[in-house]
Design a protein around this ligand. Structure first.
Ligand SMILES: CC1=C(/C=C/C(C)=C/C=C/C(C)=C/C=O)C(C)(C)CCC1
Ligand SMILES: [Fe+2]
Length: 544
């Protein structure tokens, strides 16, 4: 456990060349970026939860079709990281750890510090994912902050506060992209002008050119739709959402943030995580937003209480919208990731890990006002999911259960929002950390698996072949960490169609287990097109 989770990892900012075995396809050229927690203690202090760890970015660069692979890793120099390092202890609160800037000397200054933190400034420890925004790359977490990075060197660039561009306090770490490369995301605006709402926003792929200053696309962020939260002081927590060509799917689930608890968390000495609660007596509301009009579909769709972290995909078929998610019966997944619980799991006293279930939901896009109460509005042959008409324009959605035991789903993103067949993911067995990569074929309900003893794979990322004809024409990339000290970590390259192993790139480094990643093909990244940092832009504009 210590090797995999607890121990702080050493960064490797200078590229190291990997030892490649097997044959890397010559077309595969680019960089796999991955993000996740790498440091869990600072000085004498330690974080409580695995999601609290300081962001450690790492990358595998596959070069020139010559089977050359270079690895590097670098801690994100977030304001959080810098403040912690300067104090030599944890001074910024994270998901599962409340921290205090100053272990105050006297009661009055302590009270003052508490009061000034009633509305907290959240962390910029962006440890979850990456976002491509025009020519720029950012790392993401779930607060109002993102950090620009140099995807080539992994250096930290400016801190961006979403609130400068759109009124949100939280945003997902899982943005979507449309075919033009515009970013779509959703955030929560908490008690702003007396209202709490979910805000769907769009960042254009490119900002209109300006002669004096190259503006960031973020400055052109537009709000597509705002959905009022059902309650002012307890908005839902969500980790991702779904999109189709014309619609957005947002689940207002009964896993909620208690804003009053959050406002007093600092004074009570409890973490943000303790302000989240699952309400098993509530429903899950399904919001469908028409991207063309920016308006939610008026029918009130709902389903049983559940907790979803990852949406897999969504698509339209014959007047219906179908969406696939990984659902849990409650919110206990996040509890498994307390470092003490992870430790116990590895020592064999594992609490039962909740079972993730792949569920397919179907909602009718136009509901027949004359349909009888109790009738099923889904007439598709492709699914057993049902949408049952109830009184008062309400529709109860009953999902089709596709399979169980997978998490961190990935698809061929060219099929995002469209009909699709394959899910690439982790296999989740009894331990919180799964040990196989799998491919699930939704059509035949069959699996392909890759696993090896002591090998802990990361989320598999799909890269299509340049001339791909079929959905699974491509390769999968996964960073593999070994719990056997004799075995080096490596980048695994699998044929996504057959799961045949194509190559490994071993690196003699201290690699961490991570969360999410992004592959940047060389054709997508031109260092000369990188936007200058805000500082350089500001200098340039002050000279004009
Ligand atoms: C700091 C902070 C938060 C952080 C949440 C995080 C960091 C969640 C990570 C989730 C992951 C990694 C899920 C994987 O499936 C909240 C709760 C939004 C509330 C406000 C402050
Ligand atoms: Fe995620």
């Amino acid at each position: 456990m210590e090797v995999l989770f607890g121990r702080n990892k050493k960064e490797q900012p200078e590229p190291v060349r990997a030892k490649v075995t097997g044959k890397i396809p010559t077309w595969l050229q680019g960089t796999l970026l991955r993000n996740g927690p790498g440091m869990h203690t600072v000085g004498e202090t330690r974080y409580n939860h695995w999601f609290d760890g300081l962001a450690l970015l790492h990358s595998f660069t596959i070069r020139d079709g010559k089977s050359e692979v270079y690895y590097r890793s670098r801690y994100l120099r977030s304001d959080t990281y810098n403040a912690n390092m300067e104090a030599n202890r944890i001074v910024v609160s994270e998901f599962g750890t409340m921290a205090y800037p100053d272990p105050s000397k006297n009661i009055f200054s302590k009270a003052f510090t508490y009061l000034s933190h009633t509305i907290p400034d959240f962390t910029d420890n962006c440890l979850i994912n990456f976002m491509k925004c025009g020519e720029d790359f950012y790392v993401t977490t779930e607060t109002n902050y993102i950090r620009k990075i140099n995807p080539h060197t992994l250096e930290t660039l400016e801190k961006v506060d979403y609130r400068k561009y759109v009124a949100i306090n939280l945003a997902t770490a899982h943005p979507h992209y449309d075919s033009a490369g515009n970013v779509l995301n959703i955030g929560t605006s908490i008690v702003d002008k007396g209202k709490t709402k979910y805000v769907i926003f769009k960042i254009p792929a490119a900002a209109p050119a300006n002669r004096t200053k190259r503006k960031s696309p973020l400055q052109h962020t537009e709000v597509l739709c705002s959905i009022p939260s059902r309650t002012l002081l307890s908005p839902s927590y969500y980790h991702s959402f779904g999109v189709t060509k014309n619609y957005i799917v947002f689940l207002e689930q009964p896993f909620k943030l208690d804003i009053l608890k959050m406002a007093t968390a600092y004074i009570r000495g409890v973490s943000w995580a303790s302000c989240l609660a699952f309400h098993r007596e509530d429903k899950t509301y399904i919001h469908i937003v028409d991207q063309r009009t920016g308006k939610p579909v008026s029918t009130k769709f709902y389903t049983d209480p559940m907790v979803v972290f990852h949406h897999i995909n969504a698509y339209e078929e014959d007047g219906c919208l179908l969406f696939d998610v990984i659902a849990y019966e409650d919110s206990s997944l996040y509890d498994c990731f307390y470092l003490d619980n992870l430790k116990q799991g590895f020592e064999g006293n594992s609490r039962i890990v909740p079972v993730p279930t792949l569920k397919r939901f179907a909602v009718p896009l136009c509901t027949d006002k004359n349909a009888e109460v109790g009738s099923n509005l889904i007439k598709l042959a492709s699914t057993t999911a049902r949408a049952l008409k109830e009184k008062d324009d309400q529709v109860y959605c009953q999902p089709e259960l596709l399979c169980e035991g997978l998490e961190l789903p990935q698809i061929n993103y060219a099929h995002n929002g469209k009909q699709y067949r394959y899910v690439f993911a982790f296999e989740v067995q009894r331990s919180p950390i799964p040990n196989k990569i799998l491919k699930y074929d939704i059509l035949t309900k069959s699996f392909l698996r890759w696993g090896e003893e002591h090998c802990w794979p990361s989320e598999p990322v799909f890269v299509p072949t340049p001339d791909a004809k079929e959905e699974d024409d491509g390769i999968l990339l996964s960073a593999i960490v070994s719990s056997d000290p004799q075995k080096l970590p490596f980048l695994l390259i699998l044929d996504a169609k057959t799961f045949a192993e194509l190559a490994r790139a071993y690196v003699d480094v201290d690699m961490h287990l991570d969360l999410h990643g992004l592959f940047i093909p060389d054709t997508d990244w031109d260092p000369r097109k990188q936007a200058p940092s805000q500082e350089v832009q500001d200098r340039a504009s002050s000279q004009t």
